[in-house]
Design a binder for this molecule. Structure first.
Ligand code: ADP
Length: 204
């Protein structure tokens, strides 16, 4: 469960936890984010985000893994949604997943190019997912590295957008969201996130 995944602060200050310092310190942004490397479909959170395509009918990569793990009821519900535009997001149940819900968002097809359209669309994916989550009173979420697989958004700028968009959102809406897990799958993304999280969520 979520107890097994440390927050970014816990991971970086294990001695504080042992000494009980979390009772006095903490409460900052680094308590609300985690870096996790592995399969998003095993995470027991309120909602996992799917890097879907505009049909919402499944595909390769993380989308295929989520549909496989959730079962065919997810396909049926997605089928009833009439697709989704780039940068927007739609919510479904999680069915056979441990996560209660899935938010399907459609990242930009970047093919290596990062212009203002791609940047704005990827930012919107994170914002619209967080907004939808709050509208449904969900407090814990895991994001994959949206658009960085088949859609070809370069990993460094994608991580920068993911981390800074989430940071701004939880700064501006501090009450509802208790945990955002950045679920990376590749070692290269793990290294990029680890480096950037130390800078963006420094109070650890
Ligand atoms: P997109 O089409 O948006 O680029 P992809 O699914 O191709 O989406 O890739 C997005 C990211 O998801 C990539 O970093 C890929 O390695 C990762 N990924 C693939 N399978 C999983 C999984 N089961 N859990 C988490 N991330 C995954």
């Amino acid at each position: 469960s979520l107890d097994k995944i440390p927050s970014w602060r816990e991971e970086n200050r294990p001695n504080d936890i042992e000494e009980g310092k979390e009772l006095t310190g903490g409460g900052g942004l680094s308590d609300k984010v985690s870096l996790y490397k592995g399969d998003i479909t095993v995470l027991e959170v309120d909602v996992i985000v799917n890097a879907a395509n505009s049909s919402l009918l499944g595909g390769g990569g993380v989308d295929g893994c989520i549909h496989k793990a959730a079962g065919s009821c997810l396909y049926d519900e997605c089928h009833s949604l009439n697709g989704c535009e780039t940068g927007k997001a739609k919510i479904t149940c999680g069915y056979d997943l441990p996560a209660k819900y899935v938010i399907h968002t459609v990242g930009p097809v970047a093919r290596g190019h990062v212009g203002s359209t791609e940047t704005n669309d990827l930012t919107s994916c994170y914002q619209n997912s967080l907004r939808l989550m709050e509208e449904h009173d969900l407090s814990t979420v895991a994001f994959p590295c949206i658009s960085t697989g088949i859609y070809g958004f370069p990993n460094e700028p994608a991580a920068d957008i993911a981390l800074n968009t989430v940071k701004s959102w939880i700064e501006q809406n501090p009450d509802k969201i208790t945990r955002v897990i950045f679920c990376v799958f590749l070692e290269t993304d793990f290294a990029i996130y680890k480096k950037n999280m130390s800078v963006i969520f420094p109070d650890n």
